[in-house]
Structure formats: C-alpha cells, structure tokens
Design a protein around this ligand. Structure first.
Ligand SMILES: Cc1cc2nc3c(=O)[nH]c(=O)nc-3n(C[C@H](O)[C@H](O)[C@H](O)COP(=O)(O)O)c2cc1C
Length: 221
C-alpha cells in the first residue's frame, strides 16, 4: 500500500489551548473535525506524549482557535515544535484567557470555540478526544489556513507527534545543493533561494518556523 494515500486527505490548522498546571499552554493540531452540528461536537487526535494530552485528560476541556492564512510561521513554530511541559509557549503569542482558564489566540484567527470532553478513544499513539462545543466567538473572519497551505505556501513541516507526520516531512528535497537545516522543525535555508547567504545572517537570526538559533542549524549537502 502506498503511504501517500493519506496525503490526499484535507485538513485545517488549529491551536489547541489547555489549562496548564502553572500557566496556560497550547499546541498545534491539524486533526480537528466536526462530528455533529446538533449538539455541536468535534473530535481531535492528540499524541500521548504531548503535554496537551495530559492537560485535556486532567481538566476535561480545551479550546480550538481556527488559524487563518495570516497566522505567522513563528506562532505555529512556537506552539507546534516545543512542549508546554517545560516552556512558556505563549510567552510571545497574543492570547486571552477565557473564564474557564483556557487560552485562545487573539490575532490572525478566524474564530475560537471552547470544548468539553464527552468521550475519549485510545489508539496506540494518540487519544481521540470527542468534545461538545460549549461557547465560541461571536465573529468569524479571515480565510482558514489549510494544512496544504501550511506546507505549500508557508513551507512548514509537521513534527513526529503529528498524526499526519510522514518521512517526507523530514526531507522533501533530493537536490544535491547545500542547505542549512533546522534540527527541530527541519526548516531548510538554501542560499540559492535567499537574498542573504546563511553564513552572513546576523548571529541572533532565528529559525522563522520554530525560533531555534542560527548556531544550531546543521549543514546538509
Ligand atoms: C502542522 C502541525 C500539525 C500538527 N498536528 C498535530 C495533531 O493533530 N495532533 C497532535 O497530537 N500533534 C500535532 N502536532 C504536533 C504538536 O503540536 C507538537 O507535538 C507540540 O509540540 C505539542 O505540544 P505540547 O507538548 O505542549 O502539547 C502538529 C504540529 C504541526 C506543526
């Protein structure tokens, strides 16, 4: 069977907000789907290793911020490639805290909603949370970002914990040209595609996707 069959499935891009032990936290998920409209129910698949999984199980609630095409790669990088277990992932992200202590993003989202878990389904690696939508934003704005847009236009990747991760997320380009690769999110900086060669970038330059510092990048030929 060709593993690419799953690449034909379409998704959106979402920030899942959770109540952390010490501070609010969030991660990126592409696996939010609508289950029913009455009652309003959705499902999301969250990896067992993710802090968000632990917090959703502990609190029974989470929020969904629907990312718009204007969401920057830096926000996706901050939420999608680090764990809230040991980092304040929302430190540089504009968010508001709902009364229920769950964060939702303030900028570049189409809308948000607050979810209460009503059922869970365990798989080998992920928990599928089935949840009822209890509240949501009054306004809907912007163009929702699709998973395809994230890959094709923002040139983003997905980490191993994303259910849709495939080896092609780790490496997509077989051309022999020199490239500098981020060890965390695998963003590739190719001199041939940029105005400034990598070694002339300032020392405080950071990966535009996940914020890793320039010195961590590895050369791949
Ligand atoms: C584009 C993209 C899609 C992702 N989709 C999912 C997903 O649907 N489920 C999931 O568990 N992780 C997904 N991830 C990975 C998590 O966001 C990532 O593992 C994050 O670091 C978890 O943070 P946490 O430990 O604070 O929960 C995705 C990441 C990206 C960048």
């Amino acid at each position: 069977m060709n593993p690419k069959i799953f690449q034909t499935l379409s998704y959106g891009m979402y920030a899942i907000g959770v109540e952390g032990e010490n501070r609010p936290s969030a991660c990126i998920a592409n696996t939010v789907i609508q289950i029913t409209s009455s009652p309003m129910m959705i499902a999301v698949s969250v990896n067992h290793e993710n802090y968000s999984n632990e917090r959703i199980k502990a609190t029974g609630k989470f929020s969904v911020s629907v990312l718009s095409e204007d969401t920057s790669g830096t926000v996706i990088g901050a939420l999608g490639f680090n764990s809230g277990r040991n980092a304040d992932k929302l430190a540089n992200v504009n968010y508001k805290l709902l009364r229920e202590n769950v964060p939702v993003l303030r900028e570049n989202i189409c809308c948000w909603f607050l979810c209460k878990v009503v059922n869970t389904v365990e798989t080998l690696t992920h928990t599928v949370f089935i949840a009822e939508v209890k509240a949501g934003s009054d306004n809907v704005a912007g163009v929702p970002m699709t998973y395809d847009y994230y890959h094709r236009v923002i040139k983003g990747r997905a980490p191993k914990n994303a259910p849709t991760y495939q080896d092609s997320d780790a490496k997509t380009d077989n051309s022999p040209q020199l490239k500098y690769v981020c060890p965390i999110c695998r963003f590739e900086y190719k001199d041939s595609e940029q105005k400034i060669p990598f070694d002339q970038l300032p020392d405080d330059w950071k990966c535009p996707i996940c914020g890793v510092s320039k010195k961590e990048f590895k050369i791949e030929g």
